[in-house]
Design a protein around this ligand. Structure first.
Ligand code: PAF
Length: 313
């Protein structure tokens, strides 16, 4: 088996590291800032696991290795540029972020034929600073990771077994991730899965950030009009981009995620609360950008982008 290389010291990356360590998958972490790299992770039952020391700089990777980038999409370009000289053997690269735009960045830097996987996860994890000053990651909710290859076009293998036959390197990378932090589910239509997640983030993230609320309050009637408008605009844009969605199903799914993650504060809420740059450009901003290309009017998403950007960070 190759090694799992995890870029960044974020909550989801650290969760992958802690789980890889538990499940015997060799791994290394490469945080941007060694000082804020969590030193341990705490599971749902309160037990913790200490993490091995992180690496300060990239190393040359083997073809059987997997490089996963659980980063904010705006951090992706710099990270890929830093790793590029170490990817001469073409190990599998996995993008894992909220919002859209990462695929375009990766293709521009790695080329269109690079062995690439896109992923989205519903595992919940939070980076916490303990009273002792130690930074750790708390696992807040069991989820699943959806993963797939973006570039097969009409000939996309429909199952993991079929993928093993046509692209064994990608299938092995998925098997490694599934051993590290299960379940990792192969999706033959990963773009649809990513757009589905985009619809969830487009409603929950800006509204929770602007109104300073937990995810569950998104279901309140005061947000019904906004929810419907965002879902309608999203559906028009997605359909124009060739993805089949209907606004009612999109809305129903948003409500069910808001309920399932009800006690959480969304990532955008947390970014605003901690004065960090948000992912609004990659979420509602992406819908606005695609809408412009397709000549669709999306006033609600446009306003949300403006309002989130106007927040004092
Ligand atoms: O960005 C987030 O916080 C999450 O993707 C989600 C699903 C909205 C849950 O909080």
């Amino acid at each position: 088996m190759g090694k799992l290389h995890i870029v960044g010291g974020g909550a989801i990356g650290t969760l992958f590291a802690a789980s890889a360590q538990t499940n015997g998958v060799p791994y290394d972490c490469y945080p941007r800032d060694m000082k804020t790299m969590p030193s341990y992770a705490q599971w749902l039952d309160g037990q913790s696991i200490g993490l091995k020391p992180a690496k300060p700089t990239p190393v040359e990777l083997a073809k059987t290795d997997v490089l996963i980038l659980p980063l904010k999409v705006y951090q992706l370009k710099a990270a890929l540029l830093q790793w590029l000289p170490y990817l001469t053997q073409q190990p599998t690269v996995v993008l894992l972020h909220n919002g859209m735009g990462g695929l375009e960045t990766a293709k521009e830097l790695l080329g269109c034929d690079y062995p690439l996987l896109l992923a989205t996860t519903s595992h919940g994890a939070l980076k916490v600073k303990a009273s002792t000053g130690d930074v750790y990651v708390q696992y807040t909710g069991v989820g699943a990771t959806q993963i797939g290859a973006p570039d097969f076009g009409t000939g996309t293998p429909q199952t993991l077994t079929a993928l093993s036959a046509s692209a064994p390197q990608l299938a092995n990378a998925i098997a490694m991730l599934d051993t590290a932090l299960p379940p990792v589910q192969y999706q033959d239509d990963i773009l649809k899965a990513l757009w589905t997640k985009l619809s969830v983030n487009a409603v929950i993230n800006p509204l929770t950030a602007l109104h300073n609320i937990q995810n569950k309050y998104i279901a309140d009637t005061e947000f019904e009009q906004s929810r419907n408008a965002i879902c309608d605009e999203f559906t028009q844009v997605a359909n124009a981009c060739g993805l089949e969605f209907d606004a009612q199903t999109v809305h129903k799914n948003v409500l069910s995620v808001a309920k399932a993650t009800g006690e959480n504060f969304s990532s955008m809420h947390q970014d605003v609360a901690h004065g960090r740059q948000t992912e609004i450009d990659a979420i509602n901003g992406y819908i606005v950008e695609m809408a412009k290309k397709k000549g669709i009017h999306v006033p609600t998403n446009t306003l949300l982008v403006e309002r989130v950007k106007a927040l004092k960070l």
